[in-house]
Design a protein around this ligand. Structure first.
Ligand code: KIV
Ligand code: ZN
Length: 402
């Protein structure tokens, strides 16, 4: 199960807040993407959050809508109100279980923590039979105490148990052992679905999520573009494509339509105004772009030389061969051909040398730059067909761009 928390954990990060109408647009896209659960917000946190959750709950048809609530009656009641219109609703209640959080943040004893957790789950079950319990800072909690809490909340009716790596402290081998241990020790574990919610403080959120799957976890909590508190959450697109490309190692399936990954990433970027880093896996600008000559040559011969997934499978229109100082003759010849130049070997060589010299000065060579270079070097007029801005796809199917 894919539990998307872009609109809650993601949206609460600095720079990513969205208006109610923007949250609704994103929620519709997430439904088209095929996530199982959309965590739409934290209704007690603000009027706007409550309103957004209620609007999304009344709009989506297939996807379960979840709302976050602390283990407090007021939070649970507010979440239940916001979720009322949803055909499928989940109350997600959480409390910290590590001694550090209990003593320093909540000033609460372990026994009081269990009581609050059980009371919250019981109250939530009065509103819906789909209740998720999260033990905040689970991976830094005392294992014996954590198991006691989990057993108690499952007995009280929790159907999903989420064990967050709240501060992104775990390593993959450690988190696998952690989940296997908890699932093995909690006597009623088989009546709940276990879930991983990994933060990316050490850049390990996706690796940890995948390791958790190997240990029996069947729900991953993640976000589009990996947005979320501090360094973010596990990136949904990376988790999904890892399970697709490496199905041999990760034999699980999801309901995700992978062709909606890039459109989802683009919509989030458009709505938040926060760009995705160019080299971001799966959805970054360079994820399917090649500039190095050896790579372009390999790509033009067989794309599998340098791509382990097809851009169209994640909704990226096409592979891009970028002309720059690292490019080679093969790519220059292919692009010149697209632009209407018929070059012999010597012509390719001369245009290539001039292009590399120009690329030493400017960062990228555009189609117009290449036309100008080719015309100057060959002493010919620009071909009238095809126009540089209407390139005929090369037989490789790749686009050229900057
Ligand atoms: O990181 C975390 O612990 C959370 C919980 C509220 C699920 O976001
Ligand atoms: Zn979180």
């Amino acid at each position: 199960m894919i539990f998307d928390t872009t609109l809650r954990d993601g949206e609460q990060a600095p720079g990513f807040s969205l208006r109610v109408d923007e949250k609704l647009r994103m929620a519709r896209q997430l439904e088209a993407l095929g996530v199982d659960v959309i965590e739409a917000g934290f209704p007690i946190a603000s009027e706007a959050d409550a309103e957004a959750v209620r609007l999304i709950a009344g709009t989506l048809e297939r996807t379960t809508v979840a709302a976050l609530a602390r283990c407090a009656a007021g939070d649970i009641d507010r979440a239940a109100w916001a979720l009322e219109p949803a055909p499928r609703r989940r109350i997600h209640t959480f409390i910290a279980t590590s001694d550090l959080h209990l003593s320093r943040k909540l000033n609460m004893s372990r026994d009081a923590c269990i009581d609050a957790a059980v009371a919250a789950v019981t109250r939530a079950r009065g509103y819906t039979d789909d209740v998720e319990f999260s033990a905040e800072d689970a991976t830094r909690s005392d294992a014996d105490f954590l198991c006691r809490v989990i057993e108690a909340v499952i007995a009280a009716g929790a159907t999903t148990i989420n064990l967050p790596d709240t501060v992104g402290y775990s390593t993959p081998d450690e988190i696998a052992t952690f989940f296997a241990d908890v699932i093995g020790r909690v006597p009623n574990a088989d009546t709940a679905i276990f879930s991983a919610h990994c933060h990316d403080d050490l850049g390990l959120a996706v690796a940890n999520s995948l390791a958790a799957i190997g240990a029996g976890v069947r729900q991953i909590e993640c976000t589009i573009n990996g947005i979320g508190e501090r360094a973010g959450n596990a990136s949904l697109e990376e988790v999904i494509m890892a399970t697709h490309v490496r199905a041999d190692r990760l034999p699980v399936t999801t309901g995700i339509d992978t062709r909606q990954l890039y459109p989802s990433s683009r919509l989030l970027t458009e709505l938040t105004g926060e760009a995705v880093q160019a080299n971001k896996a799966v959805v970054g600008r360079n994820a399917f772009a090649h500039e190095a000559g050896i790579h372009q040559d390999g790509m033009l011969k067989d794309r599998r030389c340098y791509e382990i997934m097809r851009p169209e499978d994640v909704g990226v229109p096409r592979t891009t061969l970028v002309l720059g100082k690292h490019s080679g003759r093969h790519a220059v010849a292919a692009r010149c051909e697209q632009l209407g130049f018929a070059l012999d070997r010597d012509g390719v060589d001369r245009v290539y040398r001039a292009m590399v010299a120009a690329a030493d000065v400017r960062k990228h060579i555009t189609d117009q730059d290449l036309v100008d270079i080719a015309c100057a070097v060959l002493g010919v007029a620009a071909p009238s067909q095809p126009a540089p801005h209407e390139p005929v796809p090369h037989e490789s199917g790749y686009g050229f761009g900057v």
